[in-house]
Write a protein that binds this ligand. Structure first.
Ligand code: AMP
Length: 414
C-alpha cells in the first residue's frame, strides 16, 4: 500500500510517501518513495521535493493555502518525469496518515477519520490552539484533493494515554480537571513510541520488557519514562511548553512568573506566552540563536559565556529529568537519545550524562563521538550499568504503519 503521510503546520506542509504492507513491517522493509516540504504557504512558498534515488528539487512559487499545496504535491508525484515507483495516478495513493498533535482523553489511538473524529479533534482545539487547527486544515485539504481515499489520524498525545492519574494530574483543584480537563497529556508520543519499538527490536525482547528513558532533543524537547512498554511519565504537559528547555520554549518555570510579568512589565497574557513560547529556551538565555549547532560553535570558537550558559542549563534540565525518572522507574535498562540534537551532538549527550556514575551510567567516549547521524548505535561503555543508545527517530514511518493497520483493521502492535 502507498501511504501519504502528512504533517501540516500553520504555514507548512511536510509529506512522505511510504510503501508498506504487513510483510514489509514484519521484515522492516517499508520503502520511502518520496518526501517533501512546502513552507511559507500563504505567500511565496519555498518548496523542496525529492523522489528517493533522485536529487532534491528546490523551487519557490506562490501557494495560497493547504489545499493548493496538496494539489501541487499531487501534480508532482503523478508527473511521469518525477519517476516515483508505482505512482502515476491519484488512485496510486491508497491511504493518508495525518499527524495530529492533540487527541486529549478521547482519542487514545490512531483512528479512521470520519465526521465524528473531526468533531472530536475540533473539541481539542482549546487545548492545542496552535496545532490542531492547521492539522485539521490538512485533513480538509486531503479530503478535497484525494476524495474517497481513507484518512487516518495519528495523535502525538496517544502514547502517553497510559500515564497513571498521579502522574498526569496537576496539584490544582480537582474540579479544574473535571471542568476543563486540565492535566498533563504529553507530546512527541509517536517519536517516543518509535524509539521504544526500535529498542525492543535491537534487544530482541517483548514490549512488556521495555524499561527505558527516551530523550527526544530537537527544537522541541521531551523526556519519557517507559515502564513495561508503556509511557509512565513524560515531561511535556497540558501543552508542549512544560518540561525540558527547548529551542525557544522555557520548559518548567515558576508559574508565578506569569503574574509577575503582567504586573511589573505591563505585559498582556498573550505577550507573556509569546515570551515563554518564542523568546525563551536556548534563544532566550543565549540572546543569539535557538540552534544548538550554532551555540556549540559560539562556545568553541568565541568562548561566548551566554552560549555556554544556555547549553549548560539545557543539559542540566535533561539530567534532572533523568534523575527523576530513574527514581520513578526504580532504575532503567537504557537511556535512548533521539531528535536533531540527541542524534547529532556528542557534546550535549556527554554533558547530559556527566557525573552520573552514582547511577552506573558510563559513556564510551569514542563511540559517543562516532554516533553522529547514525540510524542506531550503542554508545555506553561495556561496564555501564545502564546502556545508552542513539536511535534516529522516524515518526513518519510509524504514522504510515498505523495508517495501514487502521485501514486493514488489524490490531496495532509495536
Ligand atoms: P529537530 O527539531 O529534531 O530537527 O532538531 C533541530 C535541532 O537539532 C536544532 O537545534 C539543531 O541545531 C540541532 N542539531 C542538528 N544537527 C546538530 C549537530 N550536529 N550538533 C548539534 N545540534 C544539532
Amino acid at each position: 500500500m502507498n501511504i501519504l503521510v502528512l504533517n501540516c503546520g500553520s504555514s507548512s506542509l511536510k509529506f512522505q510517501i511510504i510503501q508498506t504492507d504487513l510483510e514489509a513491517i514484519k521484515n522492516d522493509q517499508d520503502k520511502m518513495l518520496a518526501k517533501g516540504y512546502i513552507e511559507r504557504i500563504g505567500s511565496q512558498a519555498i518548496i523542496t521535493l525529492q523522489a528517493t534515488g533522485h536529487p532534491p528539487l528546490r523551487t519557490a512559487e506562490p501557494i495560497r493555502d493547504h489545499k493548493s499545496a496538496l494539489q501541487y504535491v499531487l501534480k508532482w508525484i503523478t508527473n511521469p518525469e518525477t519517476k516515483i515507483e508505482g505512482i502515476t495516478d491519484l488512485t496510486d495513493i491508497h491511504a493518508i496518515g495525518h499527524r495530529i498533535v492533540h487527541g486529549a482523553e478521547k482519542l487514545k489511538k490512531s483512528v479512521l477519520i470520519d465526521e465524528n473524529v473531526i468533531d472530536q479533534i475540533e473539541d481539542c482545539i482549546p487545548l492545542a490552539p496552535l496545532h490542531n487547527p492547521p492539522n485539521l486544515k490538512g485533513v480538509y485539504a486531503a479530503r478535497e484533493v484525494f476524495p474517497g481515499i481513507p484518512q487516518v489520524a495519528v495523535f502525538d498525545t496517544a502514547f502517553h494515554s497510559t500515564m497513571p492519574e498521579e502522574n498526569y494530574l496537576y496539584a490544582i483543584p480537582y474540579q479544574l480537571y473535571r471542568r476543563f480537563k486540565i492535566r498533563k497529556y504529553g507530546f512527541h508520543g509517536t517519536s517516543h513510541r518509535y524509539i521504544a519499538y526500535r529498542y525492543r527490536k535491537i534487544k530482541g525482547i517483548e514490549r512488556e520488557q521495555v524499561n527505558i528513558i527516551t530523550l527526544h532533543l530537537g527544537n522541541g524537547c521531551s523526556a519519557c519514562a517507559i515502564k513495561n512498554g508503556f509511557s509512565l511519565d513524560t515531561s511535556m504537559g497540558m501543552t508542549p511548553l512544560e518540561g525540558l528547555v527547548m529551542g525557544t520554549r522555557s520548559g518548567d518555570i515558576d508559574p508565578a512568573i506569569v503574574e509577575f510579568l503582567i504586573h511589573n512589565e505591563g505585559s498582556s497574557v498573550d505577550e507573556v506566552f509569546n515570551i515563554l513560547n518564542k523568546r525563551s529556551g536556548l534563544l532566550g538565555i543565549s540572546g543569539l540563536t535557538n540552534d544548538m549547532r550554532d551555540l556549540l560553535e559560539e562556545e568553541r570558537e568565541h568562548q561566548d559565556r551566554r552560549a555556554s550558559l544556555a547549553i549548560n542549563i539545557f543539559c542540566n534540565r535533561v539530567k534532572k529529568y533523568i534523575g527523576a525518572y530513574l527514581a520513578e522507574l526504580n532504575g532503567t535498562d537504557a537511556i535512548c537519545f533521539t531528535g536533531g540534537i540527541g542524534e547529532n551532538s556528542p557534546e550535549v549527550r556527554r554533558r547530559c550524562l556527566s557525573n552520573l556514575d552514582f547511577f552506573g551510567i558510563k559513556l564510551d567516549d569514542e563511540l559517543n563521538e562516532k554516533a553522529v547521524g547514525v540510524k542506531e548505535m550503542k554508545i555506553s561503555a561495556p561496564d555501564s550499568k545502564i546502556e545508552v543508545y542513539v536511535i534516529a527517530t522516524n515518526e513518519e514511518l510509524l504514522i504510515a504503519r498505523d495508517t495501514l493497520r487502521v485501514v486493514l483493521n488489524v490490531p496495532r502492535i509495536w
